[in-house]
Design a protein around this ligand. Sequence first.
Ligand code: SF4
Length: 92
Amino acid sequence: MRIDRLPTVDVDVLPDDPSPPDVWQERSACFGIDPDVFFPISEEEAGPALAFCSACTIRSECLSWALKNGERYGVWGGLTEQQRRRLTRQVA
Ligand code: SF4
């Protein structure tokens, strides 16, 4: 699966002051899932993680946390690490 398109993300509606993961992880779609799923060895293998994110009710909180804390690795908030880098460059 090619993950080369950056999904539309309106950064203006992301929480300004996201809580840390220990506050919301039990409500996440990925709770209890093997963390390795969210750290694929390539962008092309991120599909399973992105499928969890697409069904997650706290995606905005997760993405905001990752962006504000400069999480470099893994899938957060429905974006791969490359997609977050591109998003960060777009809004800089
Ligand atoms: S958005 Fe994705 S990575 Fe973040 S908590 Fe939800 S399922 Fe997990």
